[in-house]
Design a protein around this ligand. Sequence first.
Ligand code: SF4
Length: 474
Amino acid sequence: MCGFIGLIGVEKASGALSIGLQAIQHRGQDATGIGTVESGRVHLHKELGSVAGVFTAPVLVGLAGRAGIGHVRYPTVGGGSREDAQPFHTRRPGVVMAHNGNVTNLPELEEWLNSRGIRVQSQCDVEPILLVFAEALGERRPSGHTAEDVRYAVGEVFRRVRGAYSCVALLEVDGQDTLVAFRDPHGIRPGSYAYNSEGAWAAASETVAFDALGFTRVDDLPPGEVMLFRPGHAPIRLPIEKAEPRPCIFERIYFARPDSQMEEGRIYQTRWALGERLGAEWKARGLEADVVVPVPDTSRPAAQAMAEVLGLPYREGFIKNRYSGRTFIMPDATTRQAALRLKLNPIPEIFEGKRVILVDDSVVRGTTVRRLADLVRQVKPASVHLAVYSPPVRNPCYYGIDMPSRDDLVAARLSPAEWAPAFGVDSVTFLSPEGLREIIGRPVCMACFDGDYVVPVSAGEAAEIVADRAKVAG
Ligand code: SF4
């Protein structure tokens, strides 16, 4: 999982990019990078670490220009080294590019590029996308590229690159610096665009980056199309390949910030509606409880909604250590467990003698929920009921979320009857897949729940992605 932001027409773009990147830091804490363009010159700085740590004032001063691209990275393929940090850059033609997603046919792409004498240098999957794009531009003409050339080049990316990818790029088009943005034909990974009162444009993974910069969101980037942005002009929108949009449901459930907006609206409201539905489904089971407690932070809106539906008090039962990282995006199992122990502390009076509903966003490996249940048992509740506002995760994700191996997924390993004892709770209620579909009300990717993969992945490609993921986990 990663996050990007592209800006054009902003004085000292690097400073604004660093602010926008901090707003989407939750999408990746492993590495970060900014590339800016100034009179045809590219300035690029990327490093392992967080945005605030890497982009100090002296570093930002060196990144001159009114246009740039920034990226935060959480590796799901590649070795996670500094060389794999984004953005990437080609000199001829001069293109800076960053993306969020996961390419599923990397070996095939590398073979095609090798056959044309082009070597992929890194293990980051934006590099082959960039190389395919640049090669296609070069087929049209060596320099002086037009908007139609860009449409052709993105069409070549759609034709050759499989998987999920939302991309931003900076290059000269029709003799002007141009911000280019596109999403794969199914729009699996998110992306939106926005403007400000001075005629500048932005494209980013999440709209919270726009809020931080005082930009106004216009819309989502249209899947299967390319958009070109220049300061003071209306964007150029070029359709390429129509397919059914199937954005990632997991962004809505867990990954995106609740104040971000995606296709169907504010993430907060989506999570609220999922909580209401979960409340109705929990009630239908005839279970009883005294209090609803969210597992912070993601599940708060859903837990509040569930409490309202059930007519139960909602209480903050855990105090979160704000200096600990997000456990899901820690790159290996050992640090994930240590981080969890550090992260949450239960308030005994909330739990003691009560029948408690713990509300969580999802259960992937099951280690977090087991540890939480153990923590809660120590403060002597009468009973602990786990309620999850998503269905059981039974299938790997090949499109950029860190759960590629079926062996890692507790709901795939155990039968429903084994879940409650395995998690150390008295009952487990997952939101039904039908409930999830009804609340979202539009086609989405929910392959990790129902196994219906939007972009087919062969057994060989799946094995390759799992092996790559193991490298990241070290
Ligand atoms: S498989 Fe799951 S996590 Fe992956 S893109 Fe689809 S919905 Fe999102």
